[in-house]
Write a protein that binds this ligand. Sequence first.
Ligand SMILES: Cc1cc2nc3c(=O)[nH]c(=O)nc-3n(C[C@H](O)[C@H](O)[C@H](O)COP(=O)(O)O)c2cc1C
Length: 138
Amino acid sequence: MGNRLERVFEPVQIGSLRLKNRFVMAPMGTNYGDNRGMVTSRQVAYYAERARNGVGMVTIEVTCISNTGRATTYQLGAYHDDFIPGLAKLAGAIKKHDCRCSLQLHHAGRRANPLLNQGAIPVAPSPIPALGARFPEN
Ligand SMILES: Cc1cc2nc3c(=O)[nH]c(=O)nc-3n(C[C@H](O)[C@H](O)[C@H](O)COP(=O)(O)O)c2cc1C
């Protein structure tokens, strides 16, 4: 019987997407975005380094899809065209190493921080407050 892990090193085709191997980096928030949710050069360098080390696909960290859903100050955003250049640069830096990327879409729902969302009331399936989510009044 062969090594059961051998296939992890083999390419895989997922629809039109081909990965050079089956290692996928899980999403991990870096807090390297800026306070508007834009990609920073530090973040590009971080992901490029992960890609350079041979993983087949990187999952870019928890990224907010609405200006009512941000959870943390340095969380990446993808809810306006202004985010595109930074995200494209990030994807390009990853692809340069024959690595592919996906991106984790996220909305914090009742855990959204109003202080980071222009004071917008959090959008959630019910009005029940999130346990432990306490933000200053002002
Ligand atoms: C610093 C840190 C940040 C993380 N950020 C995210 C994230 O943005 N999205 C997510 O779904 N999981 C996140 N996770 C969870 C990891 O992706 C992973 O699923 C978790 O660490 C369990 O994997 P393990 O059993 O190999 O440790 C994070 C974990 C760590 C340690």
